[in-house]
Design a protein around this ligand. Structure first.
Ligand SMILES: *Cc1c(COP(=O)(O)O)cnc(C)c1O
Length: 419
């Protein structure tokens, strides 16, 4: 569900015609809907109301400060994967006791930073990481709260690049070895074992993989209890899918209906890490048509947004609806919608049926609020787009369009080249 819709043939973001945003801010432009974001957060909170829970928004989906502040204002926390994300989260006021830290490659500096800020817990992904955290905590004279990320070996039935919970993946600790790792962790002086974590993948459109994975983790929790290890947090990860095309992913309520019976009476706080399902359908990318070009066997619609602005189509072969900002009845064509970047992989859609377009027409790439701007780059020295947040009939710039000057910020030319 989202609040982008047509009114008399014009695309609106909540109560704002997106054409007016394009006039004011130009293209390419990311636009987010406040009401959609808060609705999604509320859907999770309502669904899991009966049990103690923390919603730690997966920041890698969208790390804009205004969006994070909105999350914080609604009681949300953050799931981080780097020191940079920790910095962003703290800066906007996400309480450290609602921050969980995953990722297979935490550096010493990052570990030190997170320990000094007293985050809720590290989701530890390997034995060596556990030992590093223990050593660093020792040097700092603090106790590190940790969960082990357990890989339950469940197939989430999603795109291979975004599935993470199978034996073959680099993430987590294989469930067969979980007990052994917990015993090891228990023996470490500067570690406090407080939780267990799993995250099996992204864009999951069925409830079953969540249930299956949780059941395996619950068995583990019982075995741990038997050994006197009583965990306080069960982090069930993120991964709930959204509708990009014709998927019908479960609503958080449906997920809760299946998971709550398993979780009730557990005396444990549930941590959730939704990213895409909060932000994905809350954002769109607006772009302008530059040229229409007839190739040998297909047409190309060349637009001013490229793979550097939205990488998902080329990275995951992802589908995004692309719709006109102003509806029309022009003839249908089948075209590749491509950007200006000098790569054959620079496309937003391939073999897509759309109403024909002309120079200057504007298109909206839907469902671009997650893994959109956050994955963007300056490749081809393209300044990154502006980001705007719409709330009811108002709009707010939340990131300025980059300038050419921004592109060279931090670059230096050594003296010896200066002649
Ligand atoms: C990416 C990620 C998430 C968020 O996944 P979504 O599919 O966006 O909900 C949550 N937890 C971890 C550990 C992740 O790596």
């Amino acid at each position: 569900m989202h609040y982008f819709r047509y009114l008399k043939g014009e695309l609106y973001a909540e109560d704002v015609p997106v054409r007016s945003l394009i006039e004011e801010y130009g293209t390419p432009l990311y636009v987010y809907s406040h009401k959609t974001l808060t609705r999604h957060l509320k859907a999770y909170n309502d669904a899991f109301m009966e049990i103690p829970h923390i919603i730690c928004f997966a920041m890698k989906a969208n790390s804009n400060s205004a969006i994070l502040r909105l999350i914080a204002n609604h009681g949300g926390g953050a799931d981080i994967v780097s020191g940079g994300e920790l910095y962003r989260a703290l800066r906007v006021g996400i309480p450290p006791e609602k921050i969980v830290y995953a990722g297979v490659g935490k550096t010493d500096d990052e570990i030190r930073y997170a320990l000094s800020k007293r985050i809720l817990m590290f989701n530890v992904e390997s034995e060596q990481e556990l030992e590093r955290i223990n050593d660093i905590a020792g040097q700092m004279n603090v106790i590190a709260p940790i969960a082990l990320r357990i890989n339950p070996d469940i197939d989430p039935e999603t795109h291979p690049y975004i599935s993470t919970g199978l034996r073959m993946h680099k993430f987590g600790i294989p469930i067969e070895n979980a007990l052994e790792y917990y015993r090891l962790a228990r023996g470490l002086e500067n570690i406090e074992l407080i939780g267990v974590h799993k995250h099996i993948g992204s864009q999951i459109t069925k409830v079953t993989p969540f249930v299956d994975a949780l059941q395996r983790i619950l068995v583990l929790i019982e075995s741990l209890k038997a050994e006197g290890i009583n965990l306080r947090y069960l982090d069930i990860g993120g991964g709930l899918g959204i509708q990009y095309k014709n998927e019908s992913p479960p609503h958080p309520k449906e997920l809760a209906q299946k998971l709550l019976p398993l979780l009730k009476g557990l005396d444990i706080t549930i941590v959730m890490e939704p990213g895409r399902s909060i932000a994905g359908n809350a954002g769109i990318l607006l772009t302008r048509v530059l040229y229409l070009k007839k190739g040998e066997d297909r047409e190309f619609v060349i637009v001013d947004a490229g793979m550097n602005d939205l990488m998902r189509p080329t990275l995951y072969d992802a589908y995004h609806h692309i719709v006109p900002v102003r509806k029309n009845r022009r003839k249908l064509i089948t075209a590749d919608i491509v950007g200006p970047v000098c790569e054959s992989g620079d496309f937003l859609a391939r073999e897509r049926e759309i109403n024909t377009v002309e120079h200057g027409d504007c298109l909206a790439v839907m469902s671009a609020g997650a893994y959109g701007f956050s994955m963007s780059s300056n490749y081809n020295s393209r300044p990154r787009p502006a980001e705007v947040l719409v709330k009811d009939g108002e709009h707010y710039i939340i990131r300025k369009r980059e300038t050419y000057r921004d592109l060279v910020r931090g670059e230096m030319i050594p003296d010896f080249l200066d002649k």
